[in-house]
Design a protein around this ligand. Structure first.
Ligand code: GDP
Ligand code: MG
Length: 143
């Protein structure tokens, strides 16, 4: 296994439900380190740019509207196998299909408001991390 970084977002529904700490606890309990973090309220342009790969999908407008509906918390998670590990912690895109004990099973009700985002591959993680963070904003552990 390789040391990886992945981009994670606590989406507006989960921030509104006061779940930031509970979700951070899941990451840290699984051995993932938070090496960069910020709270943001995305503009329409920022949300459209982040989800550009879904531009042609029928739910794109609803997705952008949801992602701009309130503040989010964006973080870089670092650890062994971090991309897959975070996807395992998150659970399936549709909370109805997410395994028990995953974030989406526990904290999301619908596929359109599903609590968290996580990069789906090492390549997309690099692109998504660079979308939100400069190199100087990433703080690897020194102790
Ligand atoms: P993810 O990688 O598990 O987040 O899933 P995708 O990359 O396939 O989709 C991105 C996001 O678009 C999902 O997390 C959902 O918030 C939203 N989404 C995906 N499929 C649907 C859908 O069928 N309807 C709606 N309203 N939103 C969807
Ligand atoms: Mg995705």
């Amino acid at each position: 296994m390789a040391l990886e970084r992945t981009l994670s977002i606590i989406k507006p529904d989960a921030v509104a439900k006061n779940l930031i700490g509970a979700i951070y606890n899941r990451f840290e309990s699984a051995g993932l380190r938070i090496v960069a973090a910020k709270m943001m309220h995305l503009s329409k342009e920022q949300a459209e740019g982040f989800y550009a790969e879904h531009k042609e999908r029928p739910f794109f407008g609803a997705l952008v509207e949801f992602m701009t509906s309130g503040p989010i918390v964006v973080q870089v998670l670092e650890g062994e196998d971090a991309v897959r590990k975070n996807r395992d912690i998150m659970g399936a895109t549709n909370p109805a299909e997410a395994l028990a004990g995953t974030l989406r099973a526990d904290y999301a009700e619908t596929i359109d408001e599903n609590a968290v985002h996580g990069s789906d591959a090492v390549e997309s993680a690099a692109r998504e991390i660079a979308y939100f963070f400069s190199d100087e904003e990433i703080c690897p552990r020194t102790r």
